[in-house]
Design a protein. Structure first.
Length: 206
């Protein structure tokens, strides 16, 4: 059975595409691949990225509508699918979250960020495994410490703190950096830690 990891935040520009592409790369690099990368964003950023710098073992499918994404998430033989979600388009985001076994929520340090994460959390199917990844973080800053302790106080799991690095930021056209792959492999381990529990077991009938 396939595990679907959604990378979702209703806010734009937080690191969804970067996280989705690096998670896919980390799956292959750690021997868990091949992997399906579903681009549910009409901006097609992860599609462009993979077209310009293909990652062996990562198969990309563009699926920018609810209908297309529902089909794409269960098509093919890969054991794991990563979904890059659009920033708006509530219907597509809901279709993704409906199927997701695990949800990675990229965010940034700073003012409006927590409210957008909370809005995203409210859209999850109750019980869905999820964790926050702080992207482009500046180590040792007070803002970062406050962000992390804030989420801890709310009982939210932090699955990763990915430092701000030019090598990770380069995006389209560049090969994935080892520093990014290592950080995202740690996120991946947490995203995959448990199988989904929210679906009740089917009685055997005997
Ligand atoms: N760890 C990092 N270090 C430096 N820059 C980063 C890092 N992660 C992401 N970025 C940069 O932040 C910007 C936004 O990232 P990204 O495109 O992944 O966000 P997004 O949430 O997918 O945006 P959109 O909502 O438009 O799809 C990009 O320029 C990206 O290169
Ligand atoms: Mg994006």
């Amino acid at each position: 059975m396939r595990t679907v990891i959604a990378v979702t935040n209703v806010k734009g520009g937080v690191g969804k595409t970067t996280s989705a592409v690096y998670l896919a790369g980390a799956i292959v690099r750690s021997g868990r691949g091949p992997v399906l990368l579903v681009d549910a964003d009409p901006q097609a950023s992860s599609s462009e990225w993979i077209e310009q710098a293909p990652v062996p073992g990562v198969r990309l499918v563009e699926a920018p509508t609810p209908r297309m994404v529902v089909r794409a998430m269960d098509a093919g033989k890969e054991r794991i699918a990563i979904v890059d979600s659009p920033p708006g388009d509530e219907k597509t985001v809901r279709a993704v979250l409906e199927r997701a076994d695990s949800v990675v929520i990229p965010t940034r340090v700073g003012g409006p960020e927590p409210s957008r994460v909370r809005a995203t959390l409210e859209m999850l199917v109750p019980g869905t495994r999820h964790g926050i990844v702080v992207c482009a973080a500046r180590a040792g800053t007070r803002d970062l410490e406050e962000t992390l302790s804030g989420w801890e106080a709310e009982g939210e799991a932090i699955w990763g703190v990915v430092p701000e690095r030019v090598a990770i930021a380069t995006g389209s056209g560049a090969a994935l950096s080892v520093v990014g792959l290592v950080h995202y492999e740690n996120v991946l381990i947490q995203a995959l830690e448990q199988r989904p529990r929210r679906r009740a077991p089917v009685p055997s009938g005997r």
